[in-house]
Design a protein around this ligand. Structure first.
Ligand SMILES: *Cc1c(COP(=O)(O)O)cnc(C)c1O
Length: 368
């Protein structure tokens, strides 16, 4: 079968066998495929979104009102919103300049300061692999262990990225993937919660399906959610697993092509692997413009827009968002600076070699 035919086969199967409901053979098969992809003996629950997965991780960890949860400030708002859903307080921590993910020194400073102020450490942290780049796992996990802070790893953008050869999403107490439309693979909308063992898997499944107790009638003792992935969406996911590796290869090839095309051009640097331990999927290729250039990143963005190319600003850090203006934050200027000077370039299977050549040429004409 061609690479593209698998989704239709599994969706058709869902209709043919009347499994158009949530639950069903596609969901189980998709979860099994995800488990063997992630490895490390993890269990995986397929859910309706990545946001739902982050939320259920916090629910499973018992995060609630009065708790503090650390969150990387340089990320998409979906990393942090579930902390608010639980009535907990986000504590924003800035990034370090190599990986663009959570700064371990600042993280430790934040935890110590919270202990000094409140007598206890935050309950958990949401650690992000921004644009697919792994975080400084060794140091961050060491700090998390030392202070007893649970780790929720938001690998929504990092499916297929590795650190020391191990898959992102498998490092935290819980891991999260997103299968939204623009992610490495898509189920049209969906996500996955990566769980450490059978027991947490069963419990997450329980919360994802309205927290129904095992009685012959509907019995409820805890708050539940309707977060399960449908069998139709999982059929798409099963199909997408056949193209996952080619998608990852393509994202990486595009990043290399931009880098080759723009090499020698002064004033442009790339979001790249800090060293050989990091192996990003390069979900998006991100560039940073030097302050010495005469053009600013919005000039480049607007100029690309003129030729029909959509480059985007990097995520606006959460500490700059009005929604989070009141929460405690530990900052070092890194994400402010990246936000002011960085752009994401078009990436992914829809972007052709010719597109990359055209974009490179255009950037050279503006910047060079
Ligand atoms: C996409 C994304 C999410 C949320 O995933 P959804 O499936 O859209 O809910 C969470 N965190 C980050 C960093 C993301 O990029």
């Amino acid at each position: 079968m061609s690479e593209e035919g698998w989704e239709q086969k599994y969706i058709q199967e869902a209709f043919d066998t009347n499994w158009v409901t949530p639950l069903g053979p596609n969901v189980t098969a998709f979860e099994t495929m995800l488990e063997s992809f992630v490895g490390e003996g993890k269990r995986v629950v397929a859910l309706s979104s990545g946001t739902a997965a982050i939320h259920l991780a916090l629910v499973s960890l018992g995060v609630g009102q009065g708790d503090e949860v650390i969150c990387q400030s340089f990320t998409f708002v979906a990393s942090c919103n579930p902390i608010l859903y639980q009535g907990a307080t986000p504590i924003l921590v800035d990034s370090e300049k190599d990986s663009w993910n959570m700064d371990p020194d600042l993280l430790e400073e934040a935890i110590r300061d919270r202990i000094a102020k409140r007598g206890r450490a935050p309950k958990a942290m949401v650690l992000v692999c921004l644009y697919g780049m792994p975080a400084q796992y060794d140091r961050i996990l060491g700090i998390a262990r030392r202070y007893g802070v649970a780790v929720v790893e938001d690998a929504s953008e990092a499916m297929g990225s590795r650190y020391k050869g191990r898959q992102c999403g498998s490092f935290g107490d819980f891991g999260v993937f997103s299968f939204n439309g623009n992610k490495m693979i898509t189920t049209s909308g969906g996500g996955a919660l990566i769980c450490p063992d059978d027991q947490t898997y069963e419990k997450a499944l329980f919360y994802a399906t309205q927290a129904r107790e095992p009685f012959p009638y509907y019995q409820h003792e805890e708050v539940g959610y309707n977060y399960r992935m449908s069998n139709v969406c999982a059929g798409i996911g099963r199909g997408q697993m056949h193209v996952l590796q080619s998608h990852i290869d393509r994202h990486r090839a595009i990043k290399r092509a931009y880098e080759t095309g723009l090499s020698g051009l002064k004033g442009i640097s790339f979001h790249g692997n800090p060293n050989h331990l990091f192996d990003s999927n390069f979900w998006l290729t991100a560039i940073v413009l030097s302050p010495e250039l005469t053009v600013e990143c919005d000039d480049v963005r607007l100029s690309l827009d003129q030729i029909g190319v959509e480059a985007r600003h990097l995520w606006k850090p959460l500490h700059l968002q009005p929604l989070f203006k009141e929460v405690p934050m530990y900052l070092n200027g890194v994400s402010d600076d990246l936000f002011a000077r960085g752009l994401c370039l078009p990436s992914g299977p829809m972007v052709s070699d010719e597109d990359v050549r055209m974009i490179v040429e255009h950037i050279r004409s503006i910047v060079g």
